[in-house]
Design a binder for this molecule. Structure first.
Ligand SMILES: *Cc1c(COP(=O)(O)O)cnc(C)c1O
Length: 396
């Protein structure tokens, strides 16, 4: 198995075992200095000239191509910008335009709430009788009928790590004439994805999780190349215009994926991401996947041996699981706080899920062994049973 570990490229605080790269990736060591030079040399010295001289204007598609390589998207089919919530809105709005007459957006009850909330908001704005239908994840394929305009799913369940079969669901959607939109928030940089082979019309995702772009890093949107010149952008901002600097009074969408841009890109944040993406150069996602599964299997076996009262809520079959493992424990919040206090960092998802992410670029078998030992200590010594671990923070 190819070794994908490149721990020395990341800043992991001394003694910390970081099992939350599925929520916020760590800082790549090269980023502070590189970003410092963007601040000084580009913003500082170039000022407004930076848009041309430093390539700020091309940054959203340039960085999009580096993300695209990890998700099987052809160059020129991915653009960066905004947040994932916004990209979900854009994708679903465009899909509805592609299927006039169909009124249902189908999703599942395992989806991340913001994806559903954004669709609710879009439906209220359109006010044309659209309906968001959510079914249990296992029932999605059977629920696709001729009323469904778009199927919008997150490939990997943020709580349990359960994975949809992207190929099978996409085929089922297409069989019924529906547009397929995948949210790759927990897929990009976590598991191999081949958008080109899968044939989905659109995909979206964020870059602060497995791609280590930093808190608030921009999102991405993919549009299948044969559709990119015809889809209708609901968020018709000036940088998606075919000629933004002609300052015409009416919107004309830009060529291809450019039309999914909205306004001024977050240049500094995107520069951080662009430097962070260098950690992926030469990395094969199948190698990452194999290493992730090995770490997850080691973790599950270790935790179940040491602490039988923790209930595995992730699929036991690694092929059906993304790059995270979740256990259920009714005092899960306090237990996670106690664990974080011992420098093993995972997170908690209501109501009772302890979630652990596996990121082989900077995590190895020795880390997993220590994590298992400390989980066992938290549970056996009831370290969670302490008032200081029971007060909920704003972010869990
Ligand atoms: C993390 C995540 C989000 C977050 O959306 P933001 O707009 O970036 O805050 C949305 N959807 C899914 C599926 C996620 O996992």
């Amino acid at each position: 198995m190819a070794d994908v570990t490149r721990k020395n490229m990341f800043h992991i605080p001394d003694g910390v075992i970081y099992l939350d790269g599925n929520s916020l990736g760590p800082l790549p060591k090269s980023v502070p200095e590189a970003l410092g030079s963007v601040l000084q040399d580009e913003w500082g010295n170039l000022l407004i000239k930076g848009w041309n001289a430093a390539g700020w204007m091309e940054q959203p598609t340039r960085v999009g191509d580096t993300v695209g390589r990890l998700i099987g998207a052809a160059p020129g089919s991915v653009v960066m910008g905004d947040t994932l919530s916004i990209k979900v809105y854009q994708a679903v709005a465009a899909a509805l335009k592609m299927r006039p007459g169909r009124k249902v957006i189908l999703s599942d009850t395992g989806n991340f709430p913001t994806d559903l909330y954004m669709v609710e908001g879009l439906i209220r704005t359109l006010d044309q009788g659209y309906e968001l239908r959510t079914v249990a994840p296992g029932d999605v394929t059977a629920a696709i009928d001729m009323d469904v305009a778009a199927v919008m799913l997150t490939e990997v369940d943020y709580r349990t790590g359960r994975m949809h079969d992207m190929g099978a669901v996409t085929r089922a959607a297409h069989d019924k004439g529906a547009v397929m939109i995948w949210d790759l928030a927990h897929s990009a940089g976590a598991i191999p994805v081949d958008l080109t082979a899968g044939g989905a019309e659109m995909a979206v995702g964020c870059t602060y999780k497995y791609l280590n772009g930093g808190p608030g890093a921009p999102a991405f949107i993919y549009v299948r190349p044969d559709l990119a010149d015809t889809i209708d952008p609901a968020l018709s901002g000036w940088l998606g215009h075919e000629q933004p600097f002609e300052f015409k009074l009416n919107y004309q969408p830009g060529a291809g994926i450019e039309r999914m841009r909205v306004g001024t890109p977050p240049v500094l944040q995107m520069a951080a991401l662009e430097f962070a993406m260098k950690a992926w150069e030469g990395v094969d996602m199948q190698d990452v996947r194999n290493a992730s599964i090995a770490l997850q299997e080691q973790f599950i076996a270790g935790v179940e041996r040491a602490v039988p009262q923790l209930e595995l809520v992730s699929p036991r079959n690694p092929a059906r699981r993304g790059s995270q493992v979740s256990f259920r424990f009714e005092q899960g919040y306090a237990a996670m706080q106690a664990l974080i206090h011992m420098d093993v960092i995972g997170d908690f998802r209501a109501p009772d899920i302890m979630r652990f992410g596996f990121t082989p670029l900077y995590l190895d078998a020795a880390d997993v062994e220590i994590a298992v030992e400390r989980i066992a200590r938290v549970m056996h010594d009831r370290l969670w049973d302490d008032p200081k671990f029971k007060t909920r923070n704003r972010v869990t």
